[in-house]
Ligand binder design. Structure first.
Ligand code: CA
Length: 233
């Protein structure tokens, strides 16, 4: 199999060097771009496997790069941002980013995100090929056609909203979904009190799904941002 090709979009040379050195020593191939315009050009001409994208670029906002790439491709985008504000991450995720890393990040963290994204990619490809209507993750099984879910072959008794939530998370396994994305998909709108209800439904879903709701395995909380279903190996 070919080594994965990563497009590194970063204008800060020390950070860019850290990333490319890490990629080189871990058997990845890479391309670099120091601004948004080059990033879009490189992405469209080389079709990389994953894009690592800094949000603060000299010529345009990284969110614009996401918007441009998403108009023609679903290739995974991991946002790298020095800004710790949740609103920037949320904006990038809502524009179509798959995941995010906040600067300063460790090499291990970077590699873990890349591996998680690769797992998600191969899962999505296998899923498309098999056109399966059953989702399996660890002990969880969701039968989309039958409209039911099982844990350890025991049927979960879910309310319609809990079931919709579980399907939305499982169909986007590995991806961080923002509160706005989830509430719009579940209720068709996103009001302040919908986010509050989402927390309540998420808590009841977790009680049924997680063996230990206090240390969840399946659904990860991103405080102030949203939720993600973890892919269980
Ligand atoms: Ca920057």
């Amino acid at each position: 199999m070919n080594k994965p090709l990563i497009l590194v979009v970063e204008d800060d040379p020390p950070v860019r060097n850290l990333i490319t050195t890490t990629l080189k020593t871990n058997d990845y191939r890479y391309l670099v771009a120091a601004n948004g315009e080059t990033a879009i050009l490189e992405a469209s001409s080389h079709n990389p496997d994953i894009v690592l994208l800094d949000l603060g670029l000299p010529d345009m906002d990284g969110v614009e790069v996401i918007g441009n790439v998403r108009s023609w491709s679903n290739l995974p985008i991991i946002v790298i941002s020095a800004r710790s504000e949740d609103s920037d991450k949320i904006e990038a995720l809502d524009a179509g980013a798959d995941d995010y890393l906040t600067k300063p990040f460790s090499v291990d963290e970077l590699l873990a995100r890349l591996r998680a994204t690769q797992r998600r990619l191969s899962y999505m490809t296998a899923e498309m090929l098999s056109a399966s209507s059953v989702f399996v993750n660890g002990k969880l099984r969701v039968d989309y056609a039958g409209g039911c879910a099982y844990l350890d072959s025991r049927e979960l008794h879910l309310t319609p909203i809990e079931y919709k939530l579980l399907c939305l998370l499982s169909k986007n396994v590995g991806k961080v979904l923002t509160h706005t994305f989830i509430t719009q998909n579940i209720w068709g709108r996103s009001w302040e009190n919908d986010v509050a209800s989402l927390r309540v439904f998420m808590a009841t879903l977790r009680k049924k799904l997680e063996p230990e709701p206090d240390s969840p395995q399946y659904i990860q909380t991103h405080i102030g941002v949203g939720y993600r279903m973890m892919r269980i190996e």
